[in-house]
Design a protein around this ligand. Structure first.
Ligand code: 1CP
Length: 354
């Protein structure tokens, strides 16, 4: 570590990064870019280091986590790293019997559907996830001025895996519980809020300089149900980390009708999928919040010209925003050409340089 990269110097540089400035709605030298799921299956170097190591086990190896988190930063020159982990890691850490099955996703051995099942959701302590603290310590040393985004699953999305027992299209068991036993549902979400908040705190205290709460599947709900049955728990998570002063990003898929409420839950930055243009999203979210998004990840399978046209559309819709973090409208699709992502970062940086 050189003199200019002394810990306090590094922290200042990270604080002054384009990504954190955009989150704080301050002027930026260029629009910052990162991609949800930027680490992972689209990168050959990822597939190589993951070979033979199950997903959950790879999340528990700090050196591997550090390498995988750095890969997209090196390759694409994105403006932020996102910690390599998964939303079910804190649940595994408190002893829930679950696995991440290749090609499927998280699968829970015994779904949580009755009151007695709640006892399995005990509080998360930093000791349960020491490998996370260790990995983030290593990462912030390696990342220099590039900010690290910590993340967690929001209570509703975690509940959907726990109640369904795995990925689900219609969330029928989850909704059955939410509508049929609101009291038990509220307790379930409250416990998940505490676990999620504890997991985010571990990441921030270890050195993460922003956090994203993924409520990936909450777009399945109508606004009134979101407000009544989900927002209190998500708001509890945001309040729990408010005192750290790090930007809090809130994202879900198909949440056009929920954008205002998702901001109201306590986010500083609202993530938008590709279904709502950013200028319209800004009207729905209201003033005082930055936006993140929102190129359709499938656009990257099209021609270079089409990618540029669609990117330009996103940037034009974002032109009047106070703070814009460029991202895809959901995660990088596994068969995406990595070079298309590198070109996209370059394009956004060049065309927004001020
Ligand atoms: O073996 C493998 O490689 C499995 C694929 C994989 C990977 C690479 C899974 C299983 N999770 C991850 C890592 C991961 N998960 C990251 C870090 C990568 C990065 O962004 O750079 C992140 C942020 C997540 C978060 C996550 N996991 C979400 C929220 C984001 C989103 O896409 O909406 C969700 C819903 C999950 C659950 C999950 N884990 C894995 C899969 C395939 C899924 C989705 C399953 C489903 O469709 O329900």
């Amino acid at each position: 570590m050189s003199a200019i990269d002394s810990p306090s110097g590094q922290q200042t540089k990270t604080y002054d990064s384009a990504f954190l400035k955009a989150c704080r709605r301050e002027p930026v030298p260029h629009t910052p870019v990162w991609f949800m799921r930027q680490a992972g299956r689209s990168l050959p170097e990822y597939l190589k280091v993951r070979e033979g190591i199950p997903m959950l086990e790879s999340c528990m190896r700090p050196e591997l986590v550090t390498e995988i988190t750095l890969q997209p930063v090196r390759r694409h020159k994105v403006d932020a790293a996102i910690f390599f982990s998964d939303i079910v890691v804190p649940l595994k850490a408190i002893g829930i019997d679950l696995d991440i099955k290749p090609g499927v996703g998280p699968v829970v051995a015994e779904p949580i559907r009755r009151r007695a099942d709640l006892d399995r959701l005990r509080a998360l302590t930093p000791d349960d996830v020491r490998y996370v603290t260790e990995a983030i310590g290593m990462l912030t040393g390696e990342l220099g001025a590039t900010p690290l985004i910590g993340f967690a699953g929001a209570p509703f999305t975690l509940a959907s895996y726990l109640v369904e027992g795995g990925p689900s299209r219609n969330h029928e068991h989850t909704k059955a519980l939410m509508y049929g036993d609101p009291e038990l549902w509220a307790e379930l979400l409250d416990r998940l809020a505490d676990i999620t908040a504890a997991f985010l705190k571990v990441q921030i205290e270890a050195g993460a300089s922003a956090v994203q709460l993924f409520d990936s599947w909450v777009g399945a709900l109508a606004p009134a149900d979101y407000r009544r049955s989900v927002m209190p728990a998500s708001a509890k998570v945001f309040r729990a980390v408010e005192g750290y002063g790090v930007p809090r990003i809130h994202f879900g898929v198909g949440t056009g009708e929920l954008l205002g409420l998702m901001g109201e839950a306590g986010a500083d930055v609202v993530g938008v999928d590709w279904r709502v243009p950013l200028d319209e999203a800004a009207r729905r979210v209201g003033p005082g919040k930055a936006l993140q998004g929102n190129l359709d990840p499938a656009v990257l399978f099209s021609t270079r010209e089409a990618v540029e046209t669609k990117t330009r559309e996103v940037l034009d819709a974002a032109a009047g925003l106070e703070g814009h973090v460029f991202n895809l409208g959901h995660g990088v699709l596994p068969t995406t050409d990595p070079d298309a992502l590198t070109r996209l970062v370059e394009y956004v940086h060049t065309h927004t340089a001020r």
